[in-house]
Design a protein around this ligand. Structure first.
Ligand code: ADP
Length: 458
């Protein structure tokens, strides 16, 4: 049953293996209620009774059972093939458990808007429903598929050193567009927020509880290929450490969502790099014949890597630039203010310019080659750290606070993110900036990275 604002509710009956698709613009809300039967949204079951609210989303409600009575909504869906894929992965996981070895490391590739993220959600949800605890790796910097857990009101992140009893930068998950993340999935995914608020607590690595988040800072992997490769390699390394310690996660394996960059110039280079660093052994190519045959050819001599194809769902919707941009902005908004269901209270603070050292990675986005400092060529300059002196241009920027003690490469470049700040004002006279922060108190470490994202408080 679908209810739009100011409209009387409509009721739909779904046949088995059919889905009901709808799109909700930003600024409008659609409420959805399951009256009888069973249904799921991108793999996660919805309950009978509660009202689910959607805004700025494109959604499919699918049922395996349904009622054969009505003819409309007669859609073809590839859900059976997705379920079969899940069952095949389950066999790998079962075998992994018996051997005590690693589970399937699945990477989902394809162009933009073929349903990669939706398939990722479906495979994760199904795995979770079978008691597995796969790790979700998100390499799509355009989107931030997952954010925090509402039970963490203190939404920063890392605990500072134990001997330091200054305010609490507690754990919570972070993600914002431009971030590369890995999260163990052990709670049901939230249907309203996509991955949203029910994504799980953070992984612990070694003795410290550290979320696996690195900040790349741009929407497109092609913007700074060298940096993207360094950070994905770093993420893979950290994920492997995590898997070494966690048998459930190790045997459940990885589901890796990727960006839609598939041109055979940097796109292929980046894909092959990611496959290699994550030791992906099942590559699912979604909705793209040529990419499938190219991938199959590239890996034909590697018997340990399987390249498979699945078709795109007819329901997948193309998102235009505007929609993407709005989704990105909403994610940033939600990072600070929470969602309509779980509101959060961010904090404003005025800090001295010198209390935070801000770095940008690469000269590339700043200047044409001719304007680079003498002796620095573009390749080298891609990962050069550049200290950013606060000025007007910083206003409305997003900063990633990082956890490092050493302001040097590569430590700074590859440092873990502890949280994000928003620069709302710059006072050049007093040398102060006003920042919006998810929690009060002192900054955990005085280092931040800046990328290309700007945001305006609504
Ligand atoms: P990709 O990750 O390949 O870019 P997504 O999985 O994000 O693609 O899908 C693109 C858009 O289409 C998203 O807004 C998603 O919610 C929507 N979508 C995906 N599958 C369906 C479907 N079966 N019915 C309706 N909308 C869908």
């Amino acid at each position: 049953k679908e209810e739009k604002e100011n409209e009387s509710p409509k009721e739909w009956k779904l046949e088995p293996e059919h889905e009901f698709r709808f799109e909700v613009d930003f600024g409008t809300t659609v409420k959805l209620k399951l009256i009888e039967g069973t249904a799921e949204i991108f793999g996660t079951e919805i309950g009978i009774g509660p009202e689910y609210e959607f805004s700025g989303r494109k959604v499919a409600v699918f049922t395996w059972h349904g009622k054969s009575s009505v003819e409309y909504l007669a859609n073809e869906t590839p859900m059976v093939s997705y379920l079969n894929m899940h069952l095949a992965l389950e066999q790998c996981r079962e075998a992994a458990r018996e051997r005590g070895g690693p589970g399937p490391r699945v990477m989902i590739v394809g162009p933009e808007d073929v349903g990669k993220t939706s398939l990722t959600k479906i495979l994760l949800s199904y795995a979770l429903r079978q008691g597995r605890q796969p790790i979700f790796v998100d390499l799509d910097t355009n989107e931030a598929s997952l954010h925090y857990q509402p039970s963490f009101r203190n939404l920063y992140v890392n605990k500072i050193d134990d001997d330091d009893d200054t305010p609490t930068f507690n754990q919570g998950t972070v993600t914002i567009p431009g971030a590369l993340t890995a999260t163990p999935i052990n709670q049901i995914l939230d249907v309203e927020e996509g991955f949203g608020s029910s994504a799980t607590t953070l992984p612990s690595i070694g003795s410290s509880t550290t979320p696996i988040v690195y900040y790349y800072g741009y929407a497109e992997p092609g913007e700074n290929v060298k940096l993207y490769k360094i950070l994905t390699a770093r993420l893979a390394n950290t994920v492997n450490l995590r898997l070494d310690q966690d048998e459930d996660a190790r045997t459940s394996g990885l589901i890796i969502d990727t960006s839609g960059l598939i041109d055979n110039n940097v796109g292929y280079e980046i894909l092959q790099h990611c496959i290699q660093v994550f030791s992906a052994n099942i590559i699912i190519v979604l909705g793209h014949e040529r990419l499938y045959s190219d991938m199959a050819r590239l890996y034909k001599d590697q018997s340990d890597i399987k390249v498979l194809k699945l078709s795109k769902s007819g329901g997948v919707v193309n998102r235009d630039k505007m929609f993407r941009r709005q989704s990105q902005m909403r994610k940033i908004q939600e990072y600070f203010y929470g969602t309509s269901k779980v509101g959060l209270q961010p904090f404003n603070a005025s800090i001295d310019f010198h209390s935070l050292s801000i770095y940008r990675v690469g000269f590339g986005s700043l200047a044409p080659s001719s304007a680079l400092p003498i002796g620095i060529d573009r390749k080298v300059s891609e990962t050069q750290l550049v200290r950013v002196e606060p000025d007007e241009t910083l206003r409305h920027s997003i900063l990633a606070l990082i956890t490092t003690d050493s302001p040097e490469e590569p430590a700074l470049l590859e440092a873990n993110v502890s949280g994000f700040l928003y620069v709302s004002e710059i006072d050049n006279v007093k040398h102060k900036m006003t920042i919006l922060s998810p929690c009060p108190g002192r900054l955990p470490k005085p280092y931040a990275l800046i990328g290309g994202f700007k945001w305006m408080e609504a």
